[in-house]
Design a binder for this molecule. Structure first.
Ligand code: SAH
Length: 354
């Protein structure tokens, strides 16, 4: 039984229905019962698996991408090598291993991780043993300087608000209480300046999502990168803009009703990349590029073949499956997008659609 459910029911009964964002924040980050704050949810024994755990090739290619972009910008030293929401630390460990022989890269790198979960901070420290790591609760706490940053499946975990089109206005989707259960409802009709441009591409009853915390983060990334140089690589499922309800809960690798087990399931929504790109100006954003295309352009097939030469039997079968899972259009290849942010005057980074 979810420990958070009675607390949420009592709170809503006392102070009224809450937005999806308030619900997500409590479910994911509640200090005692939150999903991320209390556990390591990743991997086969957890609720979901991410690209770095599927194959070392993912982190290796991202590491070489970072090193290339760093060299293209004149190899600034020192620089911040940073990650948002590093999970188990696998991606950063693979990035560091792949860049070991890039002259000057490790000497110049100062490792900064943005992570709110104490449970996952411990896993990250373990995975990165031997490296000097500084942890932060928030991107804003990072020191200023050239910033080379990755964020894989981070933005999808940030709390979204949902709005349903009603005439020339909107009604916010809210979560209320009936018979001690959480239920869906709709707030009063309102006009909303932030969604004015969405009146053109939606029809009555359609849902749009607003990832409010993502916008100031993208703005801060863009400001830092334009001012000091660097690059951000954002990888997540989603598309240029958000249309429709993409709020989902995953438990034991299967979808569940998000209201059924607060704090016990992973809650995410698809990422809308165009608003991030706009918020990051004056930094230049690439197009959100399909992950499969991006990884192919960086040479994942050659890397996969080199690794395959040393494998046989079950290990070879699972390696081939991992390659397919990361790149195939019916797996992660098309659903997942990659978007870079770079200084307005820097060369276009490899692998991405301009
Ligand atoms: N990037 C990792 C993990 C993705 S899960 C991977 O690809 O495997 C999301 C990660 O973001 C977790 O580490 C989670 O604890 C962290 N996280 C979620 N919300 C956060 C927030 N508001 N601030 C900082 N970290 C957050």
């Amino acid at each position: 039984m979810s420990a958070l459910l009675p607390a949420l029911v009592a709170r809503i009964a006392r102070t009224g229905p809450i937005s999806v964002a308030e619900f997500m924040t409590d479910c994911l980050l509640h200090p005692r019962h939150g999903y991320y704050t209390t556990r390591d949810p990743l991997g086969a024994a957890g609720d979901f698996t991410t690209a770095p755990a599927i194959s070392q090739m993912f982190g290796e290619l991202l590491g070489l991408w970072l090193a290339q972009v760093w060299m293209d910008q004149g190899a600034p030293a020192p620089f911040l090598l940073a990650e948002l929401g590093p999970g188990r630390g696998t991606l950063m460990a693979d990035i560091l291993r792949a860049t070991r022989s890039v002259p000057g890269f490790h000497d110049a790198a100062r490792l900064h991780l943005v992570e709110v979960s104490p449970a996952l901070r411990a896993r990250q420290a373990e995975a990165l043993a031997g490296h000097d790591v500084t942890f932060h609760d928030h991107l804003a706490a990072l020191p200023e300087g050239p910033l080379f940053l990755v964020a894989n499946e981070f933005f999808d975990a940030l709390p979204i608000r949902q709005f349903q089109r009603a005439g020339a206005g909107w009604r916010e989707r809210m979560i209320g209480v009936e018979d001690d259960r959480l239920i869906w409802g709709l707030g009063a009709e309102m006009q909303f300046d932030l969604l004015a441009d969405r009146l053109a591409d939606t029809t009555e009853g359609q849902i749009v999502e607003l990832n409010a915390p993502a916008l100031p983060l993208a703005e801060d990334l863009g400001r830092r990168i334009a001012a000091h140089g660097g690059a951000a690589l954002i990888v997540d499922y989603g598309d240029a803009v958000s249309i429709g309800d993409t709020f989902q809960a995953l438990r034991d690798h299967a979808p569940v009703d998000p209201l059924s087990c607060p704090g016990e399931a992973d809650l995410t929504a698809h990422v809308a990349f165009a608003p991030l790109a706009a918020a990051a100006r004056p930094a230049r954003a690439s197009q959100p590029t399909a992950q499969g295309v991006f990884l192919e352009r960086l040479g994942i097939t050659a890397r996969a073949q080199a690794l395959a030469a040393r494998l046989e039997g079950a290990a070879l079968t699972s390696h081939v499956a991992a390659h397919r899972r990361l790149t195939h259009p019916q797996e992660m290849g098309t659903l997942f997008k990659v978007m870079s942010l770079t200084p307005p005057d820097a060369p276009l980074p490899p692998g991405l659609d301009p």
